[in-house]
Design a protein around this ligand. Structure first.
Ligand SMILES: Cc1ncc(C[n+]2csc(CCOP(=O)(O)OP(=O)(O)O)c2C)c(N)n1
Ligand SMILES: [Mg+2]
Length: 490
């Protein structure tokens, strides 16, 4: 028998549920009612604007509507802008040295951040030094920013130890087994934190000291991890003013982890800024094949997340937008999403040749017409020093000198790391499981390794026994601490 519910009955039923209703609706308590089916699509509604203050010529916009933000821009400390410019100037120098060293076979792999200096450094400058950063891989500028000034060589030497996989890659200072015992984790044994022990591909940086969580290769894993970290911060006394920062490329936002992360973050809350670098490509996939909606910003709103789109090649706008995003995230203990529109000027990595899928002339014209470095440099050149002498904050001579000093500092650390030994080959086989599986011991395994690792170790020993004296192998084995002799003792 059909039972017809009167509106009154429906209301009574819905009111008996415990959630709050904004309108007297029967089925969708949080929604207004409509008598026509209203389809909508953000693509049809028009694009979400990108916040920009500095044009490609480095001049501040004169639009009257921008007055409040132009005023805020003028309040930004000149020394901070100079420091941003220095780090941005340093990035392509570092990239050029490491990129060409990979081409010469001196390191195994590399990824540059050409063209994205404004997005990376503009945002880095907006965070506090103890904000927890979960990066994707193109954000080395955050570490350079945190290692500032240039005279502090620790960051450069850490970066080089990582790309060359040397024994100085921080984790080698810890003990082999994970999870570390409290004694292993103690600051005495391991002052810089356990990271990758020379066992990761170049560019997978991590630094406990700089609150920079180790990069991982599988795309998107950092997005839900950041949501969890933000939830943890929210519940950690003493960290009320800290924030989690999570970077991702627009390609990574097609991973399920992006959606899981954003939904978790919006529901659970916690201070978190997601920064999506929309650089036009995910390796060879252009954005036109990556998504059909209005970029990534459109999705933030879908998850109920405060969102802003910014011109990622305007370092000043990125800085101000990120600062505001961070303020909101900490104040409301909720996530905020920033989509930075930029362009990947370099190849995806040393494993990629982008001329196969995009025209080099398009890249050249972006380089010429829309350089974030040029924009900020022109702007900083137009400012006076705070000392009031009327001297410009940055000049052509300054620029040349800074570039020379940076190159020298980078090359010095590069040469040192290239000569440093890599960790003992044996280190390759430990620390594989977070918790040792029961079967490892049950097998009567006396080597301290689980079976697959033990077998791999035995196989390596066999191969080294067979080929170790050939020229190529011999030279390679000398790079590891203890060399061939250490392997013979296994
Ligand atoms: C789960 C997963 N799938 C595929 C890859 C291979 N991969 C590495 S980087 C990349 C493109 C990522 O593009 P985007 O997120 O836009 O970052 P960008 O390189 O442009 O900075 C792909 C497909 C991977 N590392 N992990
Ligand atoms: Mg991309």
């Amino acid at each position: 028998m059909l039972r017809v519910l009167t509106r009154r009955a429906v209301l009574t039923r819905s009111a008996s549920r415990s959630f709050a209703t904004t309108t007297p609706s029967a089925h969708t308590p949080l929604s207004a009612l409509s008598t026509t089916p209203e389809f909508f699509n953000s693509v049809r509604e028009g694009t979400i604007p990108a916040f920009r203050l500095l044009g490609p010529d480095g001049l501040l916009t004169e639009e009257a509507a921008a007055r409040e933000w132009v005023e805020r821009a003028k309040q930004v400390d000149g020394d901070k802008l100079k420091r941003m410019l220095e780090v941005m100037t340093m990035m392509p120098i570092l990239d050029q040295i490491l990129y060409s060293s990979q081409r010469q076979g001196r390191i195994s792999f590399y990824m540059t951040a050409y063209g994205e200096e404004g997005t990376v450094v503009g945002s880095a400058a907006a965070w506090e030094n103890d904000d927890e950063v979960f990066a994707q891989y193109r954000e080395v500028g955050v570490l350079l920013w945190r290692g500032y000034p240039l005279s502090r060589v620790e960051v450069l030497s850490d970066l080089m130890a990582q790309v060359f996989s040397t024994k100085n890659d921080k984790a080698t200072k810890g003990k082999l087994h994970w999870p570390p015992s409290p004694e292993n984790l103690s600051l005495k044994l391991n002052p810089l934190g356990l990271v990758s022990a020379g066992r990761q591909m170049p560019v997978h940086y991590g630094s406990r000291e700089h609150h920079f969580h180790t990069i991982s290769s599988p795309l998107g894993t950092q997005l839900p991890q950041a949501a969890g970290a933000a939830y943890a911060l929210k519940r950690t006394p003493g960290r009320e003013k800290s924030c989690v920062i999570c970077y991702a490329g627009e390609g990574a936002t097609s991973e399920g982890d992006f959606h899981a992360g954003l939904n978790m973050a919006s529901v659970l809350g916690g201070p978190l800024v997601y920064v999506v670098r929309n650089n036009g490509f995910a390796i060879s996939t252009p954005t036109s094949q990556q998504y059909a909606g209005d970029g990534i910003a459109a999705r933030g709103a879908g998850y109920g997340i405060e969102t802003v789109r910014v011109d990622g090649n305007d370092p000043l706008a990125v800085y101000l937008a990120c600062k505001e995003a961070r303020r909101k995230a900490v104040e409301t203990q909720k996530p905020v999403l920033v989509e930075a529109m930029t362009y990947r000027v370099g190849h995806h990595s040393t494993s990629d040749d982008s001329s196969a899928y995009r025209s080099l002339s398009a890249v050249e014209s972006v380089k010429k017409l829309d350089s974030p470095l040029h924009r900020l440099r022109k702007y900083v050149e137009s400012l006076d020093t705070s000392s009031g002498t009327g001297a410009p904050l940055w000049t052509a001579e300054h620029d040349t000198k800074f570039k020379e000093t940076s190159k020298r500092a980078i090359l010095k650390e590069f040469s040192k790391a290239e000569k440093d030994k890599k960790p003992k080959l044996e280190f390759m086989f430990g620390d594989v499981f977070a918790e040792r599986p029961a079967h490892a011991d049950a097998e009567g395994n006396r080597s301290g390794l689980e079976r697959p690792q033990r077998e791999q170790k035995e196989e390596l020993k066999r191969l080294i026994g067979k080929w170790g004296e050939t020229a190529g192998w011999k030279k390679e084995l000398e790079k590891f601490e203890g060399g061939r002799a250490a392997v013979d003792k296994w």
